[in-house]
Design a protein around this ligand. Sequence first.
Ligand code: ATP
Ligand code: MG
Length: 460
Amino acid sequence: MLPETIKKFVARLFSGARTGPQRLPVEKHGIDRRQVSRHAIKVCEVLRQHGYEAYVVGGAVRDLIVGLQPKDFDVATNATPEQVKPLFRRARIIGRRFRLVHVVFGPEIIETSTFRAPSSNGSEHTDEHGRILRDNEYGTHEEDAARRDFTLNALYYDPLTEEVIDFHNGVADLKKRVVRMIGDPERRYREDPVRMLRAVRFAAKLSAEIEPATLAPIRRLAPLIENVPASRLFDETLKLLTCGHAMDCLRKLREVGLHQDLMPLLDVVFNVPEGEHFVDLALARTDIRVRAGKPVSPSFLFAALLWKLVYQRWQSLVAQGGHPTQTLLDAADSVLDEQSSKMAIQRRFIADIREIWFMQSRFERVNARAIWRMLEQPRFRAAVDFLQLRAEAHEVDSVMAQWWMDLANAAPEDRIPMVEAYQAAQRGERPASAVKKRRRRRPRRKPGSSGENIPQPSNE
Ligand code: ATP
Ligand code: MG
């Protein structure tokens, strides 16, 4: 008789293919059916009534098992998109290469995809590094599980029986907090280098370890990231930064040697004075927003990541006698030019990033008329949030930053007296209230900051 451990090892080697999947009852996975989207359940029920198999799959199952709120719910089925679509009142087939069905219930979309087979190994489907170019073959349930990335992402929840179907021991890995690649890690990274970034993201998000064999090839294969289309890389970078554990992700990316091709200036950012601290503050705020279910603006994120570089260049240009506004623009452009050729910042965000930075020079030196113009800028709110971040990093005066935040939050009619008070201060006739307030909350002066309650009038 084989010892139990060897039996288990052999079972894992064959990835359940010989033994069939485990069907785990509620006691083994703990998913509370009430936490599952009723629309996802509905899709599974309808498909089942028509004789098809259908399961909730992927990230939602993973997140429910560890008690996180899923972002969205996906369904996998053996019905083809053409078979799925007519079963629902509001459903559309999307995607040209990878066709799937969006079943729409008000604001919720249940992405319903047909079981896929793993990519065939033939070179006609891959580029010279092994990256998959085509993967659109339908397959069996078992094949669908095998083409997924990590064991903890290959779980299928059956809302009718409340069982989790597990071909690759994913529930056990998930409970042990282990990110383990299905199949041969090197081959799977070559097929899709983005999987390396996904490994880091899930490890950070789930406080998990990347299993040694899954981790081992990453450093060596990291340069393959260069072959990934820029738009996909941008999407994945954004997912890393908005997974609720952004700083952990960045640290892990550096740890495993993945940041160089993804964010080449990350090292530089971390090496400029206060660079790491600033990114830390920015990402901590982002994480809080994400965990509270609030939206995060990509422009704001990238503006924050690159700011210390811009700031350093800006300050040195000003020290050389440059005009504060013009030199800020010059510094911004030089950083953006360098970065957007390497890091995949999408063009549509560049204008916003520049706007957020550009307004920073105006907060400290602006006349009343310009305040009204600034209030009309679409990125005003983001720029004010950014100013708060700089205040938190002790780069600008926090009372000044708060004045702008109050202005941004004020109802339109309340803004008038605020700006009037500002104008009065500009003329030197400080209203009593402003003077009193100023005495009470005298800010700590920082070298280089104006140290005033109210932004200083500029001579522009
Ligand atoms: P989240 O949506 O929380 O970021 P997720 O796991 O749901 O995480 P998605 O990108 O929505 O990630 O993908 C859904 C599922 O599709 C994954 O759980 C995984 O099973 C599979 N999958 C996604 N991307 C890949 C990939 N690059 N290689 C293999 N399988 C993948
Ligand atoms: Mg998902």
